[in-house]
Design a protein around this ligand. Structure first.
Ligand SMILES: C[S@@+](CC[C@H](N)C(=O)[O-])C[C@H]1O[C@@H](n2cnc3c(N)ncnc32)[C@H](O)[C@@H]1O
Length: 274
């Protein structure tokens, strides 16, 4: 954060693009947030949620392309909320809002079927087993998003992390989601996707974008399906490639674990050769 960054002042300044009482709009986002243009549209055709929106580059770019859609960015970090809201104001966008909040509480903010789609761009990977339940792509979280997505709607996960992709794909499948696209090069598969701040930063370091596009299951997950998903390895270390990325890009948040494993292998090899 810059030295002269005073969070409260920045929240106040960007407040026109921040909604702190989001629960009050549950079930009526499309109407309530539509600008009152005489003779113009009275409700947005679609509502899109960008979960973990960071500084807002994705929603800002999408909002400019799709004026018929309300884009809602949600982030649990107030600093990100402020940055995203400031970007919305700087670009004078009328179809974007930013809300502070956590992925775990979406059902209190959106009514069943209210969201046309959800994007999850470069989510925090939480590599350790004891933090696994915080990943926004656990079967339990996905099951929570399921009813909020309208029929025919989609969730898009995009990440630099091969282990997070490998962990997440069976989580979707375990609870019956239809995987429409699973790719290790989303930039080639979906060149139209706006580049987020993290994509920019991480691809400059050598990352490629792994992505999963999936449609929700028609029924809630059963306790057995959730248990099946929970029984899968929960540490992202279990999803590392055998060569530990050799000379390739190491995903965000995994350098420490990869370095440790490489060192352990070197020690073992040295002992065996001694
Ligand atoms: C690695 S950043 C990616 C930001 C942005 N999507 C991008 O691609 O540049 C992950 C973001 O998700 C937010 N986040 C992490 N866990 C969250 C949760 N449970 N609910 C909402 N936001 C979350 C973090 O605060 C952070 O801004």
């Amino acid at each position: 954060m810059p030295k002269n960054f005073v969070l409260d002042q920045r929240i106040e300044r960007a407040s026109d693009a921040i909604e702190t009482g989001a629960a009050a709009y549950r079930g009526r986002w499309a109407e309530a947030c539509c600008p009152l243009i005489p003779g113009g549209v009275e409700r947005f055709d679609h509502v899109h949620l960008d979960l973990g929106c960071g500084k807002g580059a994705y929603i800002a770019a999408m909002a400019q392309r799709h004026p018929d859609t309300l884009f809602i960015g949600m982030d649990s970090e107030p600093v990100c909320v402020v940055h995203a809201a400031q970007l919305v104001l700087d670009l004078s966008l009328k179809n974007v809002l930013v809300i502070p909040g956590d992925a775990a509480n979406l059902a209190g903010i959106f009514a069943p079927g209210e969201l046309s789609s959800i994007s999850v761009n470069f989510p925090t990977p939480h590599p350790k087993r004891r933090h696994a339940r915080l990943r926004v792509t656990t079967a339990e979280h996905l099951d929570g998003y399921r009813s909020l997505i309208a029929e025919g709607g989609m969730l898009m996960l995009r990440t630099d992390s091969l282990p997070l992709y490998e962990y997440s794909l069976p989580q979707f499948k375990a609870i019956g989601w239809e995987v429409v696209c699973a790719t290790h090069d989303d930039r080639a598969a979906h060149p139209e996707q706006p580049i987020t701040e993290y994509e920019q930063r991480l691809t400059e370091q050598g990352a490629t974008v792994h992505a999963i596009y999936a449609r929700p299951a028609s029924k809630p997950a059963t306790p057995e399906q959730i248990q099946f998903a929970l029984d899968m390895p929960q540490s992202l270390i279990d999803y590392l490639p055998e060569d530990l990325f050799a000379d390739d890009y190491i995903p965000y948040g995994m350098s420490y674990a990869v370095d440790n494993l490489r060192n352990r292998r070197q020690h073992l090899a040295a002992r065996q050769n001694a």
